[in-house]
Design a protein around this ligand. Structure first.
Ligand code: ATP
Ligand code: MG
Length: 429
């Protein structure tokens, strides 16, 4: 008796990246690695799972992420409370503290990979998504704050993107935020009637975040609220101007958005977002800023830090509006053969071609020439190399160029001696 199983599907909001689109991802990752290396950033990889406490402390208890978006569970083996990382920074800082990276010199590091947030899925908002996360640890700025932003400007240029604009703000220091908070709470109390449930709940625990609301009915209230920027003292303003001057030097345009507070609690001084109108409601491609208090908060010796995270799905969405993404063909050369001896010879020749850096697929199993040719064509290969009895005895391969219909017949088909095959093919690909 056969048992039938219900077809299993990926989890809601979690996407498969299939071979036809993965080359777009790989190309972006390669571009990003080179771009980051050109500014001295080195890769770092931290675990996907961390103690829940790391994020609760590092991101802040009263944030969307910690309140409602984390994938958390109890380890059934030992009762530990664990969370799938919802962002990189807390884990990166934990690792830097744990391995004493911060005591000798600053570190410029980056990570790429999946992060997890339990959100309502829609375009540009998934439950497993990917970030490119970049952190400069141990540097007080404002020079490095500006360098990070200039770096991003370069990445958009490399990728041919020009519809992204920069918004910046300064969140000042703790004392400035405390003074502003007092004024803000008074203001929110006066406008309690327009606050939604979340707003009322956060009014005292995280009033700044009340202004970050997406609720249209609260926009007027948020726009007219006391601005943190107006509470900044001379030092914070000097830091802000230090960033702006360097952006001016680099010819990077920006607007001051005094309502920009970012989702995470640990930011101070510089915060910024790169935003586009081309992605509908989910228009923030990259967000970042300074978080000088976080390292100490997580148990390290106090050290300044600044960083950003790019949302890869949103960035790729933007890139594919710009140019038609080409998927990478399965191979450059498809080897066709007839008979056992020819199959073995084809495998040997394929190894030689790979020694020369060619991407080669040897037809697996046996089939008629016609169906092998069809597979070769569908593979996207530039050429089929054909081995039959005649070719074996003459030690010569027949080569058919598959994408050369507009060339004269004699250039579409060639005979090439086995020992010349690699160099001849390489020369034409
Ligand atoms: P949003 O306001 O859109 O929720 P956020 O403030 O939560 O963003 P960050 O925590 O700063 O976002 O994450 C950095 C970047 O990651 C964002 O700018 C965005 O590009 C991307 N991002 C955030 N959440 C998601 C998601 N659920 N799906 C896809 N990309 C996301
Ligand atoms: Mg969010």
């Amino acid at each position: 008796m056969t048992q039938s199983f219900q077809k299993l599907r990926a989890l809601t909001g979690m996407k498969d990246i299939l071979p036809d689109s993965s080359s777009q991802w790989e190309q972006l990752e390669e571009t990003v690695r080179q771009w980051l290396a050109s500014y001295g950033y080195r890769n770092m990889r931290t675990p996907v799972l961390e103690h829940t406490q790391l994020f609760a402390r590092g991101i802040g208890e009263v944030t969307d992420i910690v309140e409602k978006e984390m994938y958390s569970f109890t380890d059934s083996l030992n009762g530990d409370k664990l969370t799938m990382r919802p962002e990189f920074t807390a884990g990166m800082v934990r690792a830097a503290i744990e391995h004493n990276l911060l005591y000798d010199r600053p570190h410029r590091v980056y990570a790429m990979g999946p992060v997890f947030r339990h959100e309502r899925p829609q375009r540009g908002r998934y439950r497993q998504f990917h970030q490119i996360d970049v952190e400069a640890l141990g540097l007080p700025g404002p020079d490095v704050d500006a360098e990070l932003i200039v770096m991003l400007g370069r990445l958009w240029k490399i990728l041919g993107l020009n519809d992204i604009r920069l918004e910046i703000n300064s969140l000042g220091q703790a004392e400035e935020r405390a003074a502003h908070r007092e004024a803000l709470v008074t203001y929110l109390e006066q406008h309690k009637h327009v606050l939604d449930e979340e707003g009322q709940r956060r009014m005292y625990s995280n009033p700044l975040r009340v202004l970050d609301t997406k609720n249209p009915a609260m926009q007027d209230m948020a726009n007219n609220a006391p601005k943190l920027f107006e509470f900044l003292g001379e030092e914070s303003l000097a830091h802000y101007r230090g960033v702006c001057d360097r952006l001016d030097d680099a010819g990077i345009a920006y607007t001051l958005n005094t309502r920009l507070v970012r989702g995470l609690d640990y930011y101070n001084l510089t915060v910024f977002e790169w935003v586009t109108d081309r992605l509908g409601a989910q228009g923030t491609v990259c967000g970042g800023g300074r978080y000088d208090g976080l390292i100490e908060l997580l148990g390290g010796k106090s050290a300044p830090a600044v960083g950003f995270a790019i949302g890869v799905e949103r960035l790729l969405d933007l890139c594919s509006q710009q140019d038609q993404a080409q998927s990478l063909p399965e191979c450059q050369i498809y080897m066709i053969h007839q008979g056992d001896a020819a199959q073995r010879q084809a495998s040997l020749l394929a190894e030689q071609l790979r020694d020369h850096g060619l991407r080669v697929l040897v037809h697996a199993g046996s089939a008629g020439f016609k169906s092998q040719f069809k597979r070769a064509d569908n593979s996207g290969a530039a050429a089929a190399v054909i081995l039959g009895e005649n070719e074996l005895s003459a030690k010569t391969a027949s080569v058919k160029w598959l994408r050369a219909a507009d060339l004269p017949a004699e250039q579409q088909q060639q005979s090439i001696a086995f020992d010349q095959l690699a160099t001849e093919l390489k020369a034409r690909i």
